[in-house]
Design a protein around this ligand. Structure first.
Ligand SMILES: Nc1ncnc2c1ncn2[C@@H]1O[C@H](COP(=O)(O)OP(=O)(O)OP(=O)(O)O)[C@@H](O)[C@H]1O
Ligand SMILES: [Mg+2]
Length: 453
């Protein structure tokens, strides 16, 4: 039967715990302080530890930290006299399995213990996945790209090819497919790696601000421009400028951008001096530019200038073979960030994640893993800690008479956005999919219309 170590300075509590647990069939060993407890951890190999928080000498958190140094997977349950959020968070961060408040509820105690022991059993039956060599093309620590499906391999090869020439690159792909990551690789993998990479999110700024951001401005060229400012094209020098969400720039700015690309020079807003343009342009979009061209929202000539070379990133649901490697990659990355040790994958988890549609693509997968890691109480990535977004499938039906009277197009837009947001419980990722706009655009509209939950 499993052996449980109880560490508590209060003799009466040790006695009560022992009586309760022996009845269920556990073997109990006792210690009256942290040091003695740690000794028993080393000599008696308990299967689980229950420790009080407040004790003379070492407190429960210190005991927990020491146990973690000795044994990464021994479950520890902390007892505390009061519900303290900070303490709870801290102990979970340090790797406590759970937390029980005094007075101890025997039923809760028993179920917590059996959950903890069970999680160890599940864990022991699985192999560690993290030592497995995931095929990744690593250029920089932070820019690890996972993917071994033929489509992704072809993309890596192409990055190799174009990184030695300074051709403009257009990266197309749904939201979260890794466009920015690819842009970084294109920049850092080749001849531009020692030059600056400058990132501009074209959807985050108004037309005037975007122009001054891109080209810079001279003092006094518009209200608020109190001194000369260099633009991103100038700052990029001979490196790369990444124009993210390129579809969102206005037709006016498109004309100016086209001129820069054709003539390889530009002027600051309000300025006369001609500045040469030597940077490579990497543009990204999650909207179909050809459709936008047909709708008259994007200039065809600019499109052809940008897409000297195009990289089309496949949505995650078309490369489900990569999901396993991505999970392992994110476990690596996120364990480090959150000081966790989730190194195993529970039965059926991969299948479950492969069956999902991932409309938010790799980013959604990363967020899902993140959430599961944060929630996990053991070293196993478990089904029950995984929450998947389900997209609203049925069309939203609104009866005519329910619609308020609108005056302007803006009224209608405001109403529609609010309705969709409410519909998806303010999950902005989902709302932006349904509305077919980018998230920054959605955020801008929420702000513009003062929408609140
Ligand atoms: N192949 C991959 N391997 C490892 N991590 C990836 C991969 N693709 C994407 N990611 C990760 O997924 C997240 C989203 O990627 P990224 O920001 O590049 O997407 P995006 O296409 O620019 O999205 P959006 O259109 O919403 O701006 C990032 O944390 C990125 O590191
Ligand atoms: Mg992006």
């Amino acid at each position: 039967m499993e052996k449980i170590l109880v560490i508590d300075d209060n003799k009466l509590i040790r006695k009560t715990l022992k009586e309760t647990l022996v009845k269920v069939g556990y073997t109990i060993i006792e210690a009256e302080d942290g040091l003695e407890g740690l000794k028993l951890v080393r000599s008696e190999y308990p299967d689980l530890v229950i420790t009080d928080f407040q004790m003379p000498g070492m407190n429960g958190l210190e005991v927990l930290a020491e146990i973690r140094k000795l044994n990464l997977s021994l479950p520890v349950i902390l007892l505390t006299a009061f519900g303290d959020v900070v303490l709870t968070i801290k102990s979970i961060q340090l790797g406590a399995f759970d937390f029980l408040e005094k007075p101890i509820d025997p039923l809760l105690l028993k179920s917590t213990i059996s959950n903890a022991l069970n999680s160890i059993k599940v864990s022991n039956s699985l192999n560690e996945v993290l030592h497995e060599d995931v095929s990744s093309e690593s250029m920089l620590e932070d820019n690890i790209l996972v993917g071994k499906t033929p489509l992704m391999k072809e993309i890596f090869k192409n990055i190799g090819r174009i990184s030695l020439n300074k051709v403009n690159v257009l990266i197309q792909g749904e939201t979260g497919t890794g466009k920015e990551l690819i842009a970084r690789l294109v920049h850092y993998a080749g001849i531009t790696s020692n030059q600056p990479l400058v990132i501009v999110n074209c959807s985050a700024l108004t037309e005037t601000l975007l122009e001054s951001e891109l080209f810079g401005h001279v003092k006094g060229s518009f209200t608020g421009s109190i001194r000369d400012k260099k633009g991103k094209f100038e700052l990029a020098g001979e490196g790369s400028i990444f124009l993210d969400e390129i579809s969102e720039i206005s037709l006016n700015t498109q004309v100016k951008l086209l001129r820069v690309i054709q003539e390889l020079e530009f002027e600051k807003v309000g300025g006369e001096e001609v500045i040469p343009m030597k940077a490579r342009i990497i543009a990204a979009t999650n909207r179909n530019l050809e459709t936008l061209i047909k709708e008259g929202k994007f200039r065809e000539d600019l499109y052809y200038r940008l897409k000297v070379f195009t990289i089309d990133l496949p949505p995650l649901r078309e490369r489900k073979e990569d999901i396993r490697d991505l999970i392992i990659h994110f476990l690596h990355k996120l364990n480090k960030r959150f000081n966790k040790n989730v190194v195993k994958i529970g039965d059926g988890v991969i299948e479950m994640l492969q069956a999902h549609d991932w409309f938010g693509n790799v980013r959604e997968l990363e967020n899902t893993i993140l959430q599961a890691i944060v929630m996990s109480k053991s070293d196993v990535l478990e089904k029950e800690n995984i929450t998947l977004n389900t997209r609203q499938q049925q069309p939203i039906q609104v009866k005519q008479e329910q619609l308020p009277r609108f005056r302007s197009l803006a009224d209608l837009e405001k109403y529609h956005i609010k309705r969709i947001l409410d519909e998806v419980k303010w999950n902005k990722l989902e709302a932006s999919h349904i509305l077919e706009i980018t998230r920054p655009t959605l955020n801008a509209k929420i702000e513009k219309y003062n929408l609140v939950r």
